[in-house]
Design a protein around this ligand. Structure first.
Ligand SMILES: NC(=O)C1=CN([C@@H]2O[C@H](COP(=O)(O)OP(=O)(O)OC[C@H]3O[C@@H](n4cnc5c(N)ncnc54)[C@H](O)[C@@H]3O)[C@@H](O)[C@H]2O)[C@@H](O)CC1
Ligand SMILES: [K+]
Length: 487
């Protein structure tokens, strides 16, 4: 499990660790790892360290202190270092002394002419961003924002200290200018913003450095991501006693005369979700049978279909006059239920909360916004808060699709899927995910695991499908992903 903790939790663990260690030891650990990461990046660019040039951007907190101490280490190894101080009178005193003792230069940003700054950046092989870390509040302030803009314009690769400056560590929100990094070196624990967009999109490669915080962090993180090995361990596997019913049957209520393809794609995903069988109920049975002859099809609504272990309803129901009845019957079924797309429109939280079996909702940002009575942009800017709010309001598991897919229960850590790719923004790919996650539900996974495993497999399949992937080629790539994970 990759885990992330909120700032408050990280700080509490840091305080406990600081009490046990000599003064400065923790920052020295952080600085040593940071210097090693920068040395690697500089060597990768020009083969050797001596003679390389580094510019360290230094804010007024400990994040700037880390940058100064790391820069001092690099200066001792022959790197030409210039620190640009945003607040010279508040720069970390020990860090600044170490840098000067190592032969590094320190410039006050306020006294540096724009031309001189640009020339400095133009010669630099790497920029170390120590403007703000977990103490950063709101978007970057004007002087820092202007500096970030100049660095970006210079095109020098940036290594972020702990977090890209300007992102919100706890929420992943970005409220103004940010300095995007090629590499972020995080200390002690990842923060939620390093896993959740839009902040994550500015962090580049994220490397976690162990500074001894682990044993002091609580067992339950705020945000977590399954690794592929953990997903592989959760995949349902048939046993000697399995038959098609014991492996689980998923009922699919999707598609309409106008959108038969949604039924085909949802069933296609479901057949690759580890189930023993898929029952399709709806008007697109002929199209489904033509593509997936193993499906049990019927024309009726969920209540008229046979026994299933879970239902997945919603894709392509469109303006089918039976839509409300279909959703009502799926809600009334005493089995786990996945609701997506057209089944989410106007969904009443009380109806979901009243269910006796678990429910999984899989909105994209637009659908989530409609359920929350807000705008899509607001959901996209506040993905973590939005998914938590939906889960709480509906008393359900919610999978919020998008640039980083998030999965929340009414309480407990939010799961992040890290396998997603922008290529998945393609017609019908959500229908495949609905079938896949629904299949995993029917096969016996809890909603949270079904959602996380489904999203993980879906992302891996999209990466494997020939670019550009389509919903159909993603479906076709799924068995290859299963094979690899089961091996
Ligand atoms: N506490 C510890 O034991 C350790 C902390 N470490 C480092 O310390 C950092 C946290 O240090 P701090 O708590 O001093 O906080 P930061 O250094 O992250 O930022 C605080 C400073 O930045 C300024 N600032 C805040 N928001 C700003 C904005 N929007 N624009 C411009 N300036 C802004 C504030 O005036 C304040 O002086 C971590 O991110 C990490 O890099 C590491 O050295 C490991 C050990
Ligand atoms: K930073």
């Amino acid at each position: 499990m990759r885990t992330a903790y909120r700032v408050e939790t990280v700080r509490a663990a840091e305080r406990a660790l600081l009490d046990r260690l000599p003064e400065g030891a923790l920052m020295d650990r952080a600085a040593a790892a940071l210097a090693a990461a920068c040395a690697g990046a500089l060597r990768a660019r020009r083969g050797r360290l001596a003679g390389a040039r580094l510019v360290a951007l230094v804010g007024s907190g400990d994040n700037g202190g880390d940058a100064l101490l790391a820069a001092a280490r690099l200066a001792r190894r022959g790197v030409g270092v210039t620190a640009v101080l945003l607040a010279p009178d508040r720069a970390h005193p020990r860090g600044l002394a170490a840098l000067r003792a190592a032969g590094g230069r320190a410039w006050a940003l306020a006294d540096t002419a724009p031309g001189a700054l640009d020339a400095l950046l133009g010669r630099a092989g790497l920029v170390l961003d120590g403007i703000t870390g977990i103490g950063g509040r709101g978007g970057l302030r004007p002087a820092a924002a202007e500096l970030a803009e100049r660095v970006e314009a210079a095109g020098v690769p940036v290594v972020a200290v702990d977090l890209p400056s300007g992102v919100d560590a706890d929420s992943g929100r970005v409220e103004g200018p940010v300095l995007p990094a090629a590499l972020t070196v995080a200390f002690g624990a990842l923060k939620p913003g390093l896993l959740v967009d839009p902040a994550r999109g500015h962090a580049g490669e994220v490397r976690l450095v162990d500074i001894g915080l682990g044993p002091l962090l609580p067992a339950e993180p705020d945000v977590a991501a399954f690794t592929t090995a953990e997903v592989a361990a959760l995949l349902p596997r048939p046993t000697g006693e399995s038959d098609k019913y014991r492996r689980g049957v998923l009922g699919v209520a999707a598609g309409s005369p106008r959108y038969p393809g949604a039924a085909v794609l949802t069933v296609g995903g479901a057949l690759r979700g580890g189930v023993g069988a898929v029952r399709y109920a709806g008007p697109a049975g002929d199209a489904v049978i033509a593509r997936h002859p193993e499906t049990l099809v019927s024309r009726g609504t969920p209540a008229e279909a046979g026994r299933v272990q879970a239902w997945a309803a919603g894709p392509g129901l469109g303006d089918d006059p039976r839509r409300e009845r279909i959703v009502a019957e799926a809600l009334a079924a005493d089995v786990p239920l996945l609701l997506d797309a057209d089944a989410l429109a106007g969904l009443d939280p009380a109806r979901v909360r009243a269910r006796s079996a678990p429910t999984l909702l899989t909105p994209h940002a637009g659908e989530a916004a409609a359920l929350l009575g807000t705008e899509r942009e607001r959901v996209e800017a506040r993905r973590l808060a939005s998914v938590r709010e939906l889960a709480e309001r509906f008393g359900a598991t919610v999978l919020l699709k998008g640039s980083t897919t998030l999965i929340a229960d009414p309480s407990g850590p939010v799961l992040v899927n890290e396998t997603g790719t922008p290529w998945l923004a393609t017609a019908g790919s959500g229908d495949v995910l609905t079938g896949l996650a629904g299949g995993l539900l029917a096969a016996g996974l809890a909603p949270r695991e079904a959602a996380a495993v489904g999203a993980h497999l879906h992302g891996l399949a999209a990466r494997e499908a020939a670019p550009p992937p389509s919903a159909t080629t993603v479906t076709e790539a799924l068995p290859r992903v299963w094979r690899r994970l089961l091996a």
